[in-house]
Ligand binder design. Structure first.
Ligand code: NDP
Length: 448
């Protein structure tokens, strides 16, 4: 049977674009459908614009610190949110264009429409047109989860945060994970009164406890307020536009904006998967095997819609592995062990491997080395903000099980160290490496 295409990809985000482009480069006849904009969450409304806001926000501290370094910076420097976001959108447009060009230069047909699955080898576009393909790859990502509470429609998610007309004077952020802590830092630096509320009594579940505590302490020092063990009762919009939020365990709070950062759920609804024998997990995730294959042999899925590890570089690897295995004659499986990650909070966190708690559970005894210090630049700036580096090692061999850091440039510093952890190096290997002085990163080879 002749199909219209060899491969039809649904969703042009990080995973879908990589798979389509690589398959195209192998000479596969590929089409990709995207209902919004090529680039997906990471490029359009996630990692990229968020990181640019983080850079923008950090100038608030840099400008203050610059005075101690001899610069005459006026006390009332003005910040223009509209100018920043306009420049961010320009950059997003540029990357969106670059992604589209890459697809087209690899002979991928880009279709700007929603597509759903209408058979094991058939998709139907929003316009009603049907297209056949030997294989279908679903890479539709995830969307923000919004808790069910009266007045939830008055809140926004990170999708809308970039499009706010101005920095809200008072903002309540629900959740205490990646997005909540990153946006709490951003809005706090831009002068908003920020309150973060979470259903449990912790921030950043999964990260090392001491590192989390350090972020909590520094965030509070910077003026961010926290409310724990709190769940929404309701959000009421008052006549003047104020949002009055009531929650369990805490008094009502009046704010100008409520932002939900309470996790992201797979975007699988309405894709027509039931009809081809794919049963979704309870949270909507598409179950796949190690080769990204669903229960329907001609249909594959990669990225956040499979809810394995919700990170852009992981989706990209899954897309690459799919294309290499199926079209490049290079069978490849993604290795999910030891994936480094970062939180772009103020200051940022970065980590790889097991936390101290996880390592103790798994190995019983472990050796932990740490360095708790004030970065040189912070000392001169009079900024009382300490960095913390931790290394967790197997007691006998000294093999490094995890490295966890919070402090300026933590993600930039950790990436190289993550190579060493992934390679199975030991504390002794780090000790044998001469420090680069004076840096913060040298603490990695000086921990006691
Ligand atoms: P996270 O999973 O990081 O955090 C979710 C937060 O919301 C937690 O504090 C959690 O509480 C709380 N929560 C979860 N479900 C509910 C619920 N039903 N009602 C109320 N509260 C709830 O999710 P984010 O939304 O911050 O980010 C989504 C994903 O996107 C992340 O998991 C990450 O993989 C990715 N991401 C990565 C970034 C990066 O790499 N820097 C940046 C942004 C996002 P508790 O844990 O206490 O139970």
């Amino acid at each position: 049977m002749a199909f219209d295409y060899d491969l039809f990809v649904i969703g042009a985000g990080s995973g879908g674009v990589r798979a389509a482009r690589v398959a195209g480069a192998y000479g596969t006849r590929v089409a990709i459908a995207e209902e919004y904009r090529v680039g997906g969450t990471c490029v359009i409304r996630g990692c990229v614009p968020k990181k640019l806001l983080v850079y923008g926000a950090h100038f608030a501290e840099d400008l203050r610190d610059a005075r101690e370094f001899g610069w005459d910076v006026p006390k009332d420097v003005a910040f223009d949110w509209q100018r920043l976001t306009a420049n961010v959108f320009k950059e997003v447009d540029r990357i969106n264009g670059a992604y589209t060009n890459t697809l087209e230069s690899n002979n991928v047909t880009v279709i700007g429409e929603r597509a759903t699955v209408s058979g094991p080898n058939e998709v139907t576009l929003a316009s009603g047109r049907t297209i056949t393909a030997e294989r279908i790859l679903i890479a539709v990502g995830a969307r923000p989860h919004v808790p069910d509470c009266p007045g939830a429609e008055h809140g926004i998610t990170s999708n809308e945060a970039f499009h706010l007309p101005a920095v809200p004077r008072r903002i309540l952020i629900a959740g205490a994970g990646y997005i909540a802590n990153e946006f709490a830092g951003i809005f706090n630096e831009f002068g908003a009164e920020v309150t973060l509320m979470n259903r449990s009594d912790m921030i950043l579940r999964g990260y090392d406890e001491q590192i989390r505590d350090r972020l909590l302490q520094i965030s509070m020092m910077k003026g961010i307020q926290f409310r724990f063990n709190a769940s929404f009762r309701g959000i009421e919009k008052l006549a003047d536009g104020t949002l009055r939020v009531s929650m369990s365990g805490h008094p009502d709070i009046d704010v100008d904006c409520v932002m939900f950062a309470t996790g992201r759920v797979p975007n699988s609804a309405g894709l027509g998967l039931d009809a081809v024998g794919i049963t979704l997990a309870e949270n909507g995730a598409i179950p796949v095997d190690e080769d990204n294959r669903t229960a329907c042999p001609s249909i594959y899925a990669v990225g956040d819609v499979t809810d394995r590890v919700q990170l852009t570089p992981v989706a990209i690897r899954e897309g690459q592995a799919f294309a290499d295995s199926v079209y490049g004659n290079k069978p490849t499986r993604v290795d999910y062990d030891c994936i480094p990650s970062a939180v772009f909070s103020h200051p940022p966190i970065a980590a790889v491997g097991l936390t101290e708690g996880q390592a103790k559970l798994k190995y019983g005894t472990v050796k932990v080395y740490a360095s708790d210090f004030r970065a040189m630049k912070n000392v001169l700036a009079g900024r009382n903000e300490r960095a913390l580096y931790k290394m967790v090692c197997e007691a006998e061999s000294g093999r490094i099980l995890g490295i966890h850091i919070i402090g300026p440039d933590a993600p930039e510093i950790l990436q190289a160290a993550a190579v060493a952890v992934k390679a199975g190096l030991t504390k002794a290997d780090f000790d044998a490496t001469v420090a680069i002085h004076p840096t913060m990163a040298e603490e990695l080879v000086l921990m006691r």
